[in-house]
Design a protein. Structure first.
Length: 245
């Protein structure tokens, strides 16, 4: 009986020994974002994502894994971050860096081998993820692009207004303040003076519009003449052949 019990205990012990390495091997760090060795990480709003082969989001697991992930710069100085767990992706652990990182600096995330999953599996070996930050963009390129876009928009708006004015679609008095009371208040003059000023501006605007309309009409006539000339074809005359007598 004692011999049988010894055989059973030995079998159980061997089973446990064989199962433990397999269980540890199943739990591993599968992927990360950024990837290992990536050298163009932004310095602001840095979020590091670690993807494991098993879920790691249960409350008991979170408590057991506290302090088992660290981050350091090239000089070995600790970088502070907030650990975030995702209920929709329970196998992911995200590290939100507190503040900005240094430009063109190398950082290393270290995951201790004692990190466990929700099933109790242990990582087994320490894991490291290294990445580097890039130089912060100065923003000069974006400012230049915005400036060019503003210039293009102004040019297009001016061309559209001019075209509408020439076609007679735009009210020549649209840009004039026709409220004498408001104008008098703005310029600190009497209402009578404001009315006189408005009339003068109206006369100028109408004269300018009339001039532009005449110019547009003359341009249309020239275009019509050119079109008519293009439609004129040379008429071939009948060739007369003289016969010899």
């Amino acid at each position: 009986m004692k011999r049988f019990a010894g055989i059973v205990m030995t079998a159980i012990l061997l089973t446990v020994i064989c199962v433990m390495p397999v269980s540890a091997a199943d739990f591993e760090l599968k992927d990360s974002n950024p990837e290992q060795g990536y050298e163009k990480v932004e310095v602001s709003n840095v979020m590091i994502k670690l993807f494991f082969s098993e879920n790691v989001s249960e409350e008991a697991t979170q408590t057991a894994n506290e302090g088992k992930i660290s981050m350091k710069d090239s000089s070995g100085k600790d970088v502070k971050f907030t650990v975030i767990y995702d209920s929709k992706d329970a196998s992911k652990i995200s590290l939100l860096v507190d503040g900005d990182l240094q430009e063109e600096e190398k950082y290393t995330v270290e995951v201790d081998g004692s990190l466990v999953s929700d099933t109790g599996s242990m990582l087994g070996e320490n894991e490291e993820l290294s990445f580097s930050t890039k130089k912060r963009d100065s923003g000069a390129g974006y400012l230049l692009l915005m400036f060019l876009m503003i210039i293009v928009m102004m040019v297009m708006t001016f061309r559209d207004q001019k075209k509408k004015m020439m076609e007679g679609d735009m009210d020549p008095l649209a840009g004039i303040n026709t409220n004498p009371y408001k104008l008098a208040k703005e310029k600190n003059i009497s209402v009578q003076e404001a009315v006189k000023l408005i009339n003068e501006e109206k006369a100028k605007a109408l004269k300018k519009a009339e001039k532009m309309n005449k110019k547009a009409g003359a341009q249309e006539e020239d275009e019509e003449e050119e079109t008519a000339e293009e439609k004129v074809y040379r008429v071939k005359t009948k060739r007369v052949v003289k016969r010899k007598k």
